[in-house]
Write a protein that binds this ligand. Sequence first.
Ligand code: G16
Ligand code: MG
Length: 218
Amino acid sequence: IKKAFIFDLDGVIVDTAKYHFLAWKKIANELDIDFTLEHNELLKGVSRVRSLDIILDIGKIEASQADKNKWLIQKNEDYLSYLVDMNQSEVLPGVMPILNYLKEQNQLIALGSASKNARPILEKTGTLSFFDAIVDGNDVTNAKPDPEVFLIAAQLLGAKPEDSIVFEDSVAGIQAANIGGMLSIGIGDKETLHEAQYIFNDFNEIDTIFIDELIRKK
Ligand code: G16
Ligand code: MG
């Protein structure tokens, strides 16, 4: 039996949320916006363009498109500077054993991320070769909670939505999986991700018995 295992990137495979935060924080500071870690939760799984709009909303700032474009470029350049030295040590706890186990079991693996920087991050962390399909922010028009990113991933793997399992750390991503008719597994806080069918703090809590059950599940 083959199932499609679809992984979100930021917050599921790697802890890049902290770098997104640092880069956004710098812009917020320049604009005198008090941007907190709590605000940052709102940006998880959300596109770059939408993230900036959310930050400007927090600061009640209206900006021209030219300024917005400038800040978007600035944010990404700053974000990329944090990724220069990234390596496998930044893969989140428990992820590598699960990827290895899924490969051993001949399961299908895809990435479903909102990020336009997904490929270089997978390369740097030595995880690229695990993925049979990659769908990222360059491939989709509708952002999570729209299921587009996961539906394309399943399609590329040749799997039906009901045979697909999504790992997500964002509320929007869990909703996207649910709307797409896939099994949703939340990685993170139980209360925040309560819409997920299963929730774990991290991949260390997921064992091979659970994965076997997912593979055999009808
Ligand atoms: C990620 C992050 C978001 C980020 C988005 C776009 O999504 O969770 O915070 O704004 O990608 O990233 P970039 O600026 O690199 O294109 P995901 O879906 O991987 O969690
Ligand atoms: Mg995420």
